[in-house]
Design a protein. Structure first.
Length: 239
């Protein structure tokens, strides 16, 4: 027996956190009855249905590294979305994205049907680094070069978001002039639109944001829309 949200996660339908949301929303049924909000245990002999889909444990666990293009939503389905990243991946076995990149961002995202792996990868306590390449412009007139560097360095010490300071980041400025700034930033948290909101807090408007690294996995020569299947050695580093 195991908790229902863990079973849903192991079936590859969603991460454990997302599974908990689905249960609270009343979208999960066990043996024909709506699952209670919390505390339910199930076994492989139970019939678990989410949004009309009968869940089964996968025969094969797969892990894809996808270069998400701009204009694609990181979701399994959305009636209002023009494109989702599921269009770019094999139909079977069904996978889901670990974390998110917003519609206007591009870069690396891992998709898998291994819920336990997804939970470990996404949890901030494991501090897996994520590196982004950012081009941003000043929302007001550009400060002097020295002052601009001082402002950008605030990203390294922490920015207050939703009443909580972000963890220290690493910033590498590649180009800085009156038109804007090109830099790379490394973080290990996963707050909603974190990099964009951090930049906004110091007066920068992000125009281009691309995730170029997750842990040891780098974008290298990948093209937008391309994916590669990760090996056991690739994912073992995250475990």
């Amino acid at each position: 027996m195991e908790r229902l949200q863990k079973y849903i996660s192991r079936c590859g339908f969603a991460s454990r956190r997302k599974a908990e949301e689905l249960i609270r929303q009343g979208r999960v049924f066990v043996n024909g009855k709506q699952a209670p909000a919390e505390g339910m245990l199930v076994s492989v002999d139970d019939t678990v249905v989410v949004d009309g889909n009968i869940l089964r444990l996968p025969e094969e666990l797969v892990y894809y590294l996808l270069y998400k293009p701009e204009g694609f939503l990181c979701t399994l389905s959305d009636p209002h979305a023009i494109h989702t990243i599921m269009e770019l991946l094999p139909d079977s076995p069904r996978t889901f994205p670990v974390g998110r990149l917003d519609l206007d961002s591009s870069g690396l995202i891992i998709c898998t049907n291994d819920g336990e792996f997804a939970n470990r990868l996404a949890h901030p306590s494991f501090e897996h680094e994520k590196e982004y390449e950012v081009y941003a412009v000043w929302k007001k007139s550009a400060p002097a070069r020295l002052q601009a560097r001082k402002i950008i360095s605030r990203l390294e010490t922490g920015i207050m978001l939703d009443g909580k300071e972000t963890a220290p980041a690493k910033v590498d400025i590649r180009k800085l002039d009156e038109s804007g700034v090109l830099f790379r930033i490394v973080i290990h948290e996963g707050r909603n639109r974190q990099v964009r909101r951090m930049c906004d807090a110091i007066g920068l408007d992000v125009k281009v944001l691309k995730r170029i690294r997750i842990g040891h996995l780098e974008i290298q020569s990948m093209l937008p829309g391309e994916y590669i299947k990760l090996s056991n050695d690739d994912i073992s580093v995250f475990l």
